[in-house]
Design a protein around this ligand. Structure first.
Ligand code: PEP
Ligand code: MG
Length: 342
């Protein structure tokens, strides 16, 4: 809000005070383990964009980093970061998280997050040469990042996450390039973790529908609900004029999340959500009832979600979630969620 009026300033000061009081209350559960009433451990991870976010990750006692959006290292600069620069950054993040997981997502630029690697902008950037598509079409650029991540994998518990997959062939090409990067490091006698885990983001409906196929070829799945909603409901997530239609509780979205969680269960692969839905504490119980056990969110959301986890019995939530999955209208879904949260 540019040049806010006195009234708006006052309103936001009130909101800030309420937020402060709430944060104080939440800080009491900071050191309590994230476990449900029936003793199930729930992993609450953090999303970061730059290494400077780590302080907040630690302050909120996240159990690791579930999403490191690396594109922010590439934005607002003329030259792209070289291998050495990227290596130092990934290494410092991995080191500061010690034995905790750090999921590094490969470059996801090209739509709402532009870098100098994006040389042309298409009429529909969200559907254009973005994320893994861009990396596969620029293998040299991708190789630099892969080598940097692999080298850093010696210094912590790093996993690789591939954004915006839309086909198995993209996944296989990516895995081939990872193998190639490993080989080039081995030839140079540079150390890396040969067992580094590779995960894929479930952001395109085609991939969610076929989640079982992807679960068989990946080590873990991470649902990017921000894009999954955009692509499933055909709503530009950056266009305010259609933001009222952007609905995480649309039955089709819940169905795609359900398919993905079940695929992970079937093939014994970890499934997390790293889109904004994971940090929305109103949805925590619904997602727990659907079987989600790994949530990755903005660090500031962790304690609110933990509060819900501590008050939940996953066994008792299953029938509620099943009922929601059978509900046809999002308005009714909202009413049921309201009841579960009471
Ligand atoms: C998502 O799409 O849900 C996601 C986590 O990725 P980003 O918001 O960076 O596109
Ligand atoms: Mg995304």
């Amino acid at each position: 809000i540019i040049n806010p009026s006195e009234d708006i300033l006052k309103e936001y000061q009130v909101r800030q005070n309420i937020w402060g009081i709430e944060q104080k209350k939440l800080s009491k559960i900071k050191n309590i383990q994230s476990k449900t009433l029936n003793n199930e451990k729930i992993e609450l991870l953090a999303n970061i964009e730059v290494p400077g976010d780590i302080q907040s990750v630690k302050n909120n006692k996240a159990s690791g980093i579930g999403l490191f959006r690396t594109e922010f290292l590439f934005m607002n600069r003329k030259n792209l970061p070289n291998e050495e620069e990227q290596f130092e950054i990934y290494k410092s993040v991995a080191r500061s998280m010690k034995d905790k997981t750090v999921v590094i997502r490969t470059l996801d630029s090209g739509a709402d997050k532009l870098t100098s690697a994006d040389t042309t902008i298409s009429a529909n950037p969200a559907l254009g040469l973005r994320a893994i598509r861009l990396c596969l079409s620029e293998p040299q650029l991708f190789n630099i990042q892969l080598r940097a991540i692999l080298r850093a994998s010696k210094f912590g518990k790093i996993k690789i996450l591939i954004p915006m997959l839309s086909s198995l062939s993209e996944l296989r090409q990516t895995k081939l390039l990872i193998e190639r990067a490993k080989k080039s490091l081995a030839n140079q006698k540079i150390l890396y973790n040969n067992n580094i885990k590779i995960g894929g983001m479930i952001e395109v409906p085609a991939v969610a529908i076929n989640a079982e196929l992807f679960a068989q070829e990946l080590d873990f799945l991470s649902i990017g609900t921000n894009d999954l909603i955009q692509y499933t409901l055909a709503i530009d997530r950056t266009d305010d004029r259609v933001s009222h239609l952007y609905n995480p509780l649309h039955p089709a979205i819940l169905k795609l999340i359900d398919i993905t969680i079940k695929a992970g269960k079937k093939y014994n692969k970890q499934v997390s959500i790293c889109g904004e839905m994971a940090g929305d504490s109103k949805l925590t119980k619904l997602l727990l009832g659907m079987g989600l056990r790994h949530f990755s969110m903005h660090p500031s959301r962790i304690l609110s979600v933990k509060k819900q986890v501590l008050n939940s019995n996953t066994k008792k939530l299953v029938p509620w979630s099943n009922k929601i999955l059978k509900t046809k209208e999002s308005e009714t879904i909202e009413t049921i969620i309201h009841k579960i949260n009471q």
